[in-house]
Design a protein around this ligand. Structure first.
Ligand SMILES: NC(=O)c1ccc[n+]([C@@H]2O[C@H](COP(=O)([O-])OP(=O)(O)OC[C@H]3O[C@@H](n4cnc5c(N)ncnc54)[C@H](OP(=O)(O)O)[C@@H]3O)[C@@H](O)[C@H]2O)c1
Length: 426
């Protein structure tokens, strides 16, 4: 067999520890598929982990020395942007290929790091950075290579999907569903990045850059979290034939990329609506193939290690590509120019004429009503004495619905904040 591929591993946390185990447990089959052994040569991390058997690999707490040792590839699994970015740059500078699971780093600095890798002629693997164990990077780059890809949509944050699923299935409110996700180990002690959509936006930026072969301005991704969701909205959406999901969506237009992360009503017949718990799913539309959906575990040590080691196998076989530098940077459109149906929940006092006023405002903004639910005391038995007017509109432009909602909020019969959720245009 040919010489071993020598791995320098940075980080011994959830993913790093699982990579150590996977390389050992499946060593024979990995070597057979790679055409040569994949050998853990060096490990650097902040703290040694006595419970991990590093075999013949040396351990150091000195991250900076890792790329300068006898390794062919540096596997960056420390996370974060600053130290990880410095390590990846130093590794490429020292002529080492890189494998990383770090979506935060790639979303913020991917363009520059890929340009550096290209200049150095070095491969970079990042399968694990999006949707954990789902081989979506390879699918977009390889299996769908013949297609012009114009749209992506996905559930790429398991924590927020777990929370929404628990609210839908068990009737929990947001706080209880979040607490349960934390108890089960699905949500971080600080779940901000997950529930505010930042994690999903980072993954979307990585995927969109790959699919649309463009630099993506991460700051231009429109991001809304899930914390404002009310259990009532989930139930009303069901009555209207939808499931509420936290979607990451990107679409290429002639004048730029509309990339956005927000709650969305997904028609219940659509596959994405059926993706529950911590599972991830990504829908990619290609002009030749049509719609493809890729589903699987989006996180977890072993699932993510599966993707990391897949990159190592591809590298060992000489199949891991050198990134092509972005030749263009499409302007970020966010939700500007977006046209889609909307779900509106308008808290109103229980008096005759209020609905007529609401309908009049909508009509003046040329917004047609597709469906209405108006039921005294509605679903929540302990609710204030108001009658939510729930409306499903037809297609309406973002600016128009914003103006209409502002006007509706000023009506005398409207008693509180209006909830607005877009309907997914999949
Ligand atoms: N966990 C998942 O399910 C998952 C899924 C997909 C992608 N990812 C990505 O994979 C990467 C690793 O995630 P993880 O969950 O494995 O994180 P983690 O459990 O926090 O592990 C990080 C490891 O890196 C070490 N480390 C952190 N900063 C360091 C530094 N400056 N110098 C030396 N060592 C440092 C930590 O040391 P200590 O042991 O001392 O803390 C720890 O061993 C992240 O980019 C993450 O986004 C994770």
């Amino acid at each position: 067999m040919a010489n071993a591929l020598r791995v320098g591993l940075a980080g011994l946390g959830t993913v790093g520890g699982s990579v150590v185990r996977l390389l050992a447990e499946n060593a024979a089959l990995i070597a057979a598929r790679a055409g040569r052994p994949i050998e853990l040569a060096r490990v650097a991390s902040r703290t040694p982990k006595a419970e991990l058997d590093l075999g013949a690999a040396s351990f150091s707490t000195d991250l900076a020395s890792l790329p300068h040792g006898p390794v062919d590839v540096v596997v960056e699994l420390i996370g974060g942007v600053e130290d990880a970015g410095a390590l990846v740059e130093a590794s490429l500078g020292a002529g080492r290929a890189v494998v990383t699971a770090n979506k935060a780093l790639l979303a913020e600095r991917g363009e520059a790091l890929f340009a550096l890798a290209h200049a150095q002629g070095l491969p970079v693997g990042y399968e694990a950075s999006v949707a954990g164990g789902i081989p979506i990077v390879e699918a977009l780059r390889g299996g769908l290579a013949a297609n012009r890809l114009d749209a992506l949509a996905g559930i790429v944050n398991g924590t927020s999907n777990h929370i929404l699923t628990a609210m839908e299935n068990d009737g929990q409110d947001f706080a209880a569903a979040l607490a349960e996700a934390q108890r089960l180990g699905y949500a971080e002690a600080d779940p901000t990045f997950d529930v505010e959509g930042v994690d999903a936006a980072q993954k979307l930026a990585v995927l969109a850059a790959l699919a649309f072969e463009s630099g993506i301005d991460f700051a231009g991704v429109h991001v809304e979290g899930i914390a404002a969701i009310d259990i009532e909205d989930i139930r009303y959406a069901r009555e209207l034939g939808f499931v509420v999901k936290h979607l990451a969506m990107a679409r290429r237009h002639a004048d730029g990329v509309a990339a956005r992360v927000h709650l969305a009503l997904v028609p219940e017949r659509v596959l994405l609506a059926k993706v529950s718990g911590v599972t991830n799913a990504i829908l990619a539309n290609g002009d030749a193939v049509g719609s493809t959906v890729h589903i699987g575990p989006g996180a977890g040590g072993m699932a993510t290690a599966s993707a990391v080691v897949a990159d190592l196998v591809a590298l060992a076989r000489g199949h891991l590509p050198v990134p092509r530098p972005a030749t263009r940077r499409l302007p970020a459109l966010g939700v500007r120019g977006l046209v889609c149906p909307h779900y509106l929940k308008i808290p109103a006092i229980d008096q005759p004429g209020v609905f007529a006023e609401v309908a009049e405002v909508l009509s003046r903004h040329a917004i047609s009503i597709e469906a209405v639910i108006q039921r005294p005391q509605a679903i929540r038995p302990d609710a204030e004495p108001w009658v939510p007017i729930v409306i499903l509109t037809n297609d309406v432009a973002e600016t128009v619905v914003e103006a209409a909602v502002a006007e509706l909020g000023g009506l005398g019969g409207v008693t509180g904040t209006i909830t607005r959720i877009r309907v997914a245009d999949l």
